[in-house]
Design a protein around this ligand. Structure first.
Ligand SMILES: O=C(O)CCC(=O)C(=O)O
Ligand SMILES: [Fe+2]
Length: 338
């Protein structure tokens, strides 16, 4: 991918667009771009802006991208996957002691078929474990407040999961700065809105689906878009994630060593008036082995009003969305899924 930028006049005013993507339309992709985050960690603002330009291209055209050189230690990721395996190996009865529906605000365990992401589906063939910001440390004050719930017979998972959660908050804050730069905003534009309380982390386990006549209404995770601003996904080496392009083709987001997959969520689509694509995706594990993944849904603090950014509005592109409270929006979307 060339990094020479050129400026074009869009409905939203002048914009830098990578020369190799100028003729491409939203959703017109057959592969998922890879962003090198080393530029984003440069002390030189012009390097960070260069990285933001590649992010702009990825978000307007695909809505998905891989990130490499993300600075999250390999050991933290490995230990978190170890925790996921240990947790899902527990007896169902143990896991059901922290059943998500018995919790305040979606913390704990979701059994197989306990969730239905695609309204046309009959439930998702994965089990999950949800963790949020730990409100036991500084009390109440959020629409999603509620303490995390840990399996009483597996205390060893708390540390690696919490460590991964904390690393994701650091990375998520960095990405928010890159999103701001990519939208021609001050790099710090979102800083005061992203304390880290607006994050939901999930451990996921997809058992293999090898039946010849696959029931398309019961996939690992049915076709959906994510709710928060963006998702940072760690995958193991088992391929299952697919991303829908404008031609209606599913493009594989094959696991790539040393990377996370990042995708734009519906909240960011609202901020950007759909300039950034919250792209539909699904996962099907046809590999004959168990698959584990760890999505981290990162968003603004739940008291924030999400409203279309001025820079994403013009006469020909009026605001598509009413302002909305971030917490109400996320809760409504979660209520529809469970
Ligand atoms: O496990 C994956 O690859 C994708 C998970 C996902 O899309 C989600 O949890 O929203
Ligand atoms: Fe998703």
């Amino acid at each position: 991918m060339t990094e020479t930028a050129t400026e074009v006049i869009t409905g939203n005013g002048p914009r830098k667009i990578l020369s190799n993507s100028i003729d491409l339309k939203p959703g017109d992709f057959s592969s998922i771009p890879v962003l090198d985050l080393s530029l984003a960690f440069s002390t030189d603002l012009s390097d960070r802006k260069k990285c933001a330009e590649t992010l702009f291209d990825a978000c307007t055209r695909v809505g998905f991208f891989y990130i490499k050189n993300h600075n999250v230690p390999e050991s933290v990721i490995k230990n978190c996957f170890g925790a996921a395996k240990d947790f899902f190996d527990l007896e169902l009865e143990e896991k059901m002691k922290i059943y998500i529906k018995d919790s305040e605000n979606y913390k704990g365990y979701t059994p197989l078929l306990g969730e239905n992401t695609d309204p046309a589906g009959r439930g998702d063939l994965h089990e999950g474990f949800d963790v949020g910001y730990d409100y036991s440390e500084d009390g109440k004050g959020s629409k999603m407040e509620g303490v995390n719930r840990w399996p009483e017979n597996l205390p060893s998972i708390k540390e690696p999961v919490t460590e991964y959660f904390n690393q994701m908050i650091l990375l998520g804050k960095k990405l928010f700065q890159l999103f701001a730069l990519s939208l021609d905003l001050q790099e710090s534009h979102f800083d005061s809105l992203v304390s880290g309380k607006g994050g939901i982390m999930r451990l996921l386990h997809y058992p293999p689906q090898l039946d010849e006549n696959l029931d398309m209404t019961q996939l690992g995770i049915g076709a959906h878009s994510d709710y928060e601003c963006f998702t940072i996904l760690a995958q193991d080496e088992v391929s299952a994630l697919q991303v829908l392009n404008k031609a209606g083709e599913w493009v594989a987001a094959t696991p790539m060593e040393g990377t996370f997959v990042v995708n734009v969520g519906d909240s960011m689509a609202r901020w950007t008036n759909d300039l950034y694509l919250s792209t539909i995706h699904r996962a099907i594990n046809r590999n004959g082995v168990r698959r584990y993944s760890v999505p981290f849904f990162f968003g603004v603090d739940y008291e924030t009003t999400i409203e279309v950014l001025e820079s994403c509005v013009s006469e020909s592109r009026p605001p598509k969305y009413e302002p909305i409270n971030a917490g109400d929006y996320i809760k409504q979307r979660l209520n529809e899924t469970y």
